[in-house]
Write a protein that binds this ligand. Structure first.
Ligand code: G3P
Ligand code: CA
Length: 243
């Protein structure tokens, strides 16, 4: 089955990574959603991509790590997207877990570089435990050391190797790092038929990011990828198995 991920929820339709973006993705009947997590000053998991708030609210320049959750929850991140979303704030991971149907696979990307979040892995695992969500979840990160910590804490959790460079044999790199991964998350620009075929021979799924045009989507499907990350979940309708 092709498993396409709504990237940061449905970010073309609602402010990225917020609850309305998750709701829109769910409306599209997606089977999988990707989001990013960071830590607030008081060590709460907050769902957000950038390390500072400027893109979401021009009047606010500080780093996520310097704000408490209470302060972050007062910041409007919806108006910069559309007046319709005025007053929308960033969501905690707990809030997303509370509203997300259990059958939707959740890909949580740990944002741990260039800003480092000491202990984010443990906090994340504890949260997933609390919500009984260790099964239908896939953890990824460009910070592969963070994945190693997750693996140590929760050896059965699914891990995706996320990378931006051209890797000849990413599975060998993962093995050398001591990582047991289930999927490979390459940049779509660096994805080719050979990478997909070799990955499949070794039992890894391949989910390239970020794919917003039907032409590229179809090209990757021809390579045999197992799904993609997209800002535009409507393109998934071009795959018979996803809706
Ligand atoms: O996980 C795929 C993709 O989300 C990685 O890039 O920068 O959008 O988090 P970015
Ligand atoms: Ca991401």
């Amino acid at each position: 089955m092709i498993l396409n991920f709504a990237h940061r929820g449905s970010l073309t339709e609602a402010p990225e990574n917020t609850l309305p973006a998750m709701e829109k993705a769910i409306e599209h009947n997606v089977k999988a959603i990707e989001l990013d997590v960071q830590l607030t000053k008081d060590n709460r998991l907050i769902v957000v991509h950038d390390h500072n708030l400027t893109r979401y609210n021009k009047k606010t320049s500080g780093f996520i790590k310097d704000y408490t959750l209470e302060t972050i929850k007062k910041i409007d991140v919806g108006s910069s997207f559309s007046r319709r979303y005025r007053g929308i704030t960033l969501a905690t991971l707990e809030e997303v877990l509370e509203m997300l149907p259990e059958d939707i696979l959740l890909n949580i990307e740990i944002k741990n570089k260039p800003v480092a979040y000491e202990g984010i892995e443990d906090i994340l695992i504890d949260c997933l435990h609390q919500y009984n969500r260790l099964d239908n979840v896939l953890i990824s990160s460009f910070d592969h050391d963070a994945l190693k910590i997750v693996q140590k804490r929760a050896p059965n959790i699914k891990l995706g190797l996320l990378f931006n460079q051209k890797f000849f044999k990413p599975w060998e790199y993962a093995r050398n790092c001591g990582l047991t991964i289930t999927s490979i998350h390459p940049n779509a620009k660096h994805t080719n038929k050979k990478l997909v075929t070799e990955s499949h021979k070794l039992g890894y799924k391949v989910y390239p990011y970020t794919v917003n045009k039907v032409k590229m989507y179809n090209r990757l499907m021809d390579f045999g990828v197992d799904g993609v990350f997209s800002n535009n979940p409507k393109i998934f309708a071009h795959s018979a198995n996803t809706t």
